[in-house]
Design a protein around this ligand. Sequence first.
Ligand code: DND
Ligand code: ATP
Ligand code: GLN
Length: 559
Amino acid sequence: MSRKAKDLLRIAVAQLNPTVGDIAGNLAKAREARADAARQGADIVLFTELFIAGYPPEDLVLKPAFISACERATLDFVKDTADGGPGVVIGTPLKRKSGVHNAVVVADGGKVLAERFKLDLPNYGEFDEKRVFQAGPDMPGPINFRGVRIGVPICEDIWGDLEVCETLAESGAEILLVPNGSPYYRGKVDIRQQVVIRQVIESGLPILYANQLGGQDELVFDGASFAIQADKSLAFQMSQFEETLAVTEWKRGPEGWSCVDGPMSRIPEKEEADYRACMLGLRDYVNKNGFKNVVLGLSGGIDSAICAALAVDALGEERLRAVMMPYKYTSKDSLKDAEDCARALGCRYDIVPIAEPVEGFSHALSQLFEGTGEGITEENLQSRARGTILMAISNKFGSMVVTTGNKSEMSVGYATLYGDMNGGFNPIKDLYKMQVYALSAWRNTTVPPGALGPSGEVIPQNIIDKAPSAELRSNQTDQDSLPPYPVLDDILECLVENEMGVDEIVARGHDRETVHRVEHLLYIAEYKRRQAAPGVKITRKNFGRDRRYPITNRFRDRG
Ligand SMILES: Nc1ncnc2c1ncn2[C@@H]1O[C@H](COP(=O)(O)OP(=O)(O)OC[C@H]2O[C@@H]([n+]3cccc(C(=O)O)c3)[C@H](O)[C@@H]2O)[C@@H](O)[C@H]1O
Ligand SMILES: Nc1ncnc2c1ncn2[C@@H]1O[C@H](COP(=O)(O)OP(=O)(O)OP(=O)(O)O)[C@@H](O)[C@H]1O
Ligand SMILES: NC(=O)CC[C@H](N)C(=O)O
């Protein structure tokens, strides 16, 4: 085993997929990774933020039993390092006199070399760390690891203004190892690199950034760990969306440490990245919650088609059951498109007509509803019959219902509560309709790495080309009720992601009345979103923790 580490250091980066709360499983994963790193001659293994607990543990941190179990597992892992193999930098919550901390333990030779506490607790967007953790009381100093002074800032410590990296450099650190739990949103890889480059400039030190992998409820941790040399160049790049361990080699020269060997993986472009995030988020939600398979309503429309493709890619064709539930408004085209889609994907396809349940409800209500005209109530009964059938299949076979509302629909409430909104998880909840089209067209030409589905046109072109329709009455299209999707999506992005004012949106060329209407629909659909299934976060601002609007809300922007 290499002990000559003064001028040469082999650092293994464990970009692994822990499960929140599975302390024993996470410890086993850490052990396996360390054994692998040892075989590859590593001196030290860098794990990601709170690896033993899984990130983010949220209010589990408030449970003393959870905290002590994490510390016990961490100390077991520390003992392992007595074998003379690699040392470790491992994240765990720790309760100390100063409170419960988001911490890192650095260990070698069977002993704890140092504990470090996160100073900057993120408390915005999806993060709530001030709720459960105490910030570290002191600026951290470097840790002597086999003669090398390493600094260990923890995730947000490199994002804020606390100058943790600079202070570490001033107190003699030679290299910075940063464990992260940094969730995906579109374009995040570039943002992280800019953040790290800024810290490299301020500290003059090379920075190794290790990120978690995997889905955790609404969040997807995309890995893509990397390092930036002291000269600001990219030293190595690990793959995105893949669980992997890489051993990197670092040399000490007259100018300090530099990375001389490490992987240089490709980072996917926009559509591929979003698609793979949705796929990984769905896969981990289903697997980590113990579902053997999933079920969805396949209508012949684009939303359910892309969800079916994502489910097959995430889980394999044998784990998806697609159900067409026709009624008198279902067109021949829809029947054919749904069947073609299921056939192209190779999944199970069943047809369960809903005429009987819908007419049964109508019959049961006929006296009560006497003298009223037909309208949205009758339309929603179709949707609720479908939702009930899917939940029955779920109960009978243990399949989780995948729900299929895109972000445009979820924004304006264009979905039926206890109907098509039924379901456990929504892989496209944070994709606007136009993005659903873009990703569908992209998937028809490309099978992403890690996808279990087939190649070719898995979403029949007719589904992409035809006008979207809920088919709840004759000749209905979405555009009867909503502005054209390119217009709607742009207005929504302005309102939701950018919090823009109505005047500003109108100045982009939108009709004022349309903007007011969309704003109103967005506000009055809050009650639906509060009852909606969770789904994968893809944008900077999703409808989960990122956006917390009141349901009861009379504010309207009238300039
Ligand atoms: N602030 C509030 N807090 C709590 N509850 C509130 C509420 N406002 C209304 N409600 C309740 O919500 C009910 C209305 O919501 P809901 O029953 O969902 O019905 P609603 O939103 O009126 O209608 C569903 C809409 O989704 C559209 N759509 C589009 C695409 C597909 C599908 C499909 O189903 O396949 C449907 C459909 O065309 C229609 O415009 C009210 O009757 C009231 O009980
Ligand atoms: N005939 C049907 N058979 C099975 N499921 C259906 C049927 N109609 C609607 N659904 C379910 O309800 C969901 C909502 O319908 P919606 O019309 O919004 O989406 P879509 O049909 O997938 O796409 P599009 O809006 O492009 O037509 C569908 O995605 C599907 O899961
Ligand atoms: N876990 C953290 O502290 C992450 C915060 C950081 N801003 C990120 O998104 O990467």
